[in-house]
Write a protein that binds this ligand. Structure first.
Ligand code: SF4
Length: 105
């Protein structure tokens, strides 16, 4: 895939358009298993997947851009910028931003 291509990531019934290029071309997760960032469930293997996703995010050079993008675009699933959906909600609340437009699945 070239940096200017885009694709749609289908997860938990949501379709998230991902454009490659800009900060995304430097993402530490660009070759990682997407399932790590969108685990099914909140227990057992899903917790190990979340931990691994967050470990990758901690070393990511574009973590801040990723987190900001996810908050700005109201992304309601997955790990972005090292934060889960619930953590992004907490950031939104702390920043005085409006509640999510969509509910988490
Ligand atoms: S912060 Fe995490 S989810 Fe975002 S681009 Fe980097 S590795 Fe991927």
């Amino acid at each position: 895939m070239t940096p200017d291509q885009s694709t749609a990531l289908v997860t938990e019934g949501a379709v998230i358009e991902i454009e490659y290029g800009g900060w995304r071309s430097r993402a530490a997760c660009r070759h990682a298993d997407p399932d790590l960032f969108f685990p099914e469930g909140t227990t057992g293997p899903a917790l190990a997947q979340l931990d691994e996703a967050k470990r990758i995010c901690r070393a990511c050079p574009v973590r801040r851009q990723c987190l900001t993008w996810a908050i700005d675009h109201d992304i309601s699933s997955g790990v972005w910028g090292g934060a889960t959906t619930e953590q992004r909600w907490a950031i939104r609340r702390a920043a005085g931003l409006p509640e999510e437009r969509r509910s988490a699945s």
